[in-house]
Design a binder for this molecule. Structure first.
Ligand SMILES: Cc1ncc(COP(=O)(O)O)c(C=O)c1O
Length: 407
């Protein structure tokens, strides 16, 4: 009998490897060779877990590591609702929160419950790479609408967004503050998205996992700030997470926020099939209401300082260009190299300067469509300033070395 191997699904063959994690084995190999790798490829905050959250975990009775309700314990959902109320959103109710395994699962559940296979979601790009993969898992197509480095990756014109809408389009998805560009949409831009959703009967999926990372006195506008007759509750979904805001990526807890009862019912039925969010992490979130406002202002000050260090470093590299991001903790940078996929591998496989190198995410992975150029990278400024300063110098040396290869 012929020995054949069972095939993987057609869907699985389409899944791209994450541009953020794809190069991790090369980084590990570089470390094994004794090279110090400044890790700027992944958005994992280096700040310690807030004390109040740590205490909540330590205070949990670990004799009972149980399933919780599929949408989370009432106290978790109430803590999240209270957090939104503390941000001025008085209408926030625990019953509108469904806890998930990270914001990632909230996105997947959104795609699965809003769309049928072959349906489309439009999204300004560059975009968060995993949107494409999570959508593919649900048989959904992300249609990218280009933005421009020249204007700081602002929301595309309504005409451009409208032109991307087809009879299969079910929603508009964006992150603001943005991963990977750091762009923060204004309330007027959010209003424009709402108007288009009304015009074409679409869902609005606001990814606000970086909602507390903004620079300057003005808080990053949220879809929650708009009145119901503009951001209609039956259209709006908010995807959010503890990962960045509370420096707890490993907690794997996020949430799906909606006031659409039918949609929430569908998400809840899907959530029942995976039983429960992680209980220990829920206990941690129940403590967020105890965090003082000074916690948030301290992280804003710290990340603004880091952004400035990175921007100065990029500007010191001849021919490199970056915008002036107003939030999140990423810099989308154009480098004077021919191909950043190759350059990112070169950094880890061939290059070192005085025993040091940098790990970055190549820009091509942050597009659903073909990027206009291969010159972009994404930097996550998740190291303290002195290390960032040095990492940017090393990056500059690497650009020179890369361009001199074979010269
Ligand atoms: C824009 C954006 N949305 C969602 C997520 C998912 O985060 P998590 O699953 O850790 O909550 C991330 C993680 O990097 C992100 O950058």
């Amino acid at each position: 009998m012929a020995r054949t191997m069972p095939a993987i699904s057609a869907r699985a063959t389409l899944l791209p490897a994450s541009p953020i994690r794809r190069l991790a084995p090369y980084a590990a190999a570089a470390r094994e060779r004794g090279v110090k790798v400044y890790q700027l490829n992944i958005g994992q905050p280096d700040l310690p877990l807030p004390g109040a959250l740590k205490e909540a975990i330590l205070g949990t009775d670990l004799n009972y590591l149980a399933y919780t309700p599929s949408d989370g314990e009432p106290a978790t959902r109430e803590a999240i609702a209270a957090f939104y109320r503390s941000r001025g959103f008085e209408k926030s109710k625990a019953s509108d929160v469904i806890c998930t395994n990270g914001g990632s699962e909230a996105l997947l559940l959104a795609f699965l419950t809003m769309c049928d296979p072959g349906d489309e979601i439009i999204c300004p790009e560059p975009l968060y790479a995993n949107y494409v993969t999570l959508a593919l898992l649900a048989g959904v197509v992300i249609k990218g609408v280009p933005t421009s480095a020249a204007d700081g990756y602002r929301l595309p014109s309504t005409e451009a967004l409208r032109a991307a809408v087809s009879p299969r389009t079910r929603g508009i998805l964006w992150s603001s503050p943005s991963n990977p560009t750091g762009c923060v949409y204004t309330l007027d831009e959010l209003r424009r998205l709402c108007a288009l959703a009304d015009e074409r009967d679409l869902y609005l999926i606001a990814d606000e996992v970086y909602g507390d990372f903004f620079f300057g006195a003005q808080r990053a506008p949220s879809i929650r700030d708009l009145p119901d007759d503009v951001a209609r509750p039956d259209r709006v979904v908010i995807v959010d997470s503890v990962s960045k805001r509370w420096a707890a990526c490993g907690a794997r807890l996020g949430w799906f926020y909606s006031r659409n009862e039918v949609l929430k019912g569908a998400v809840m039925r899907a959530a029942m099939s995976r039983l429960s969010p992680p209980m220990i992490s829920e206990r941690m979130v129940q403590a967020v209401t105890r965090l003082p406002e000074s916690y948030y202002s301290a992280i804003q000050t710290e990340y603004q300082k880091r952004r400035d260090v990175c921007l100065a470093g990029v500007n010191a590299i001849k021919g490199a260009r970056a915008g002036n991001p107003q939030g999140a903790f990423y810099l989308f940078v154009e480098l004077p190299v021919d191909d950043t996929d190759k350059f990112s591998e070169f950094l880890l496989k061939e290059f070192q300067h005085e025993g040091e190198t940098v790990s970055v995410a190549p820009g091509s992975g942050f597009y659903a469509s073909q990027p206009a150029s291969k010159k972009e990278i994404r930097l996550a400024y998740v190291l303290e300033s002195e290390q960032l300063r040095r990492a940017m110098q090393v990056l500059g040396f690497a650009v020179d070395a890369y361009n001199k290869r074979g010269a």
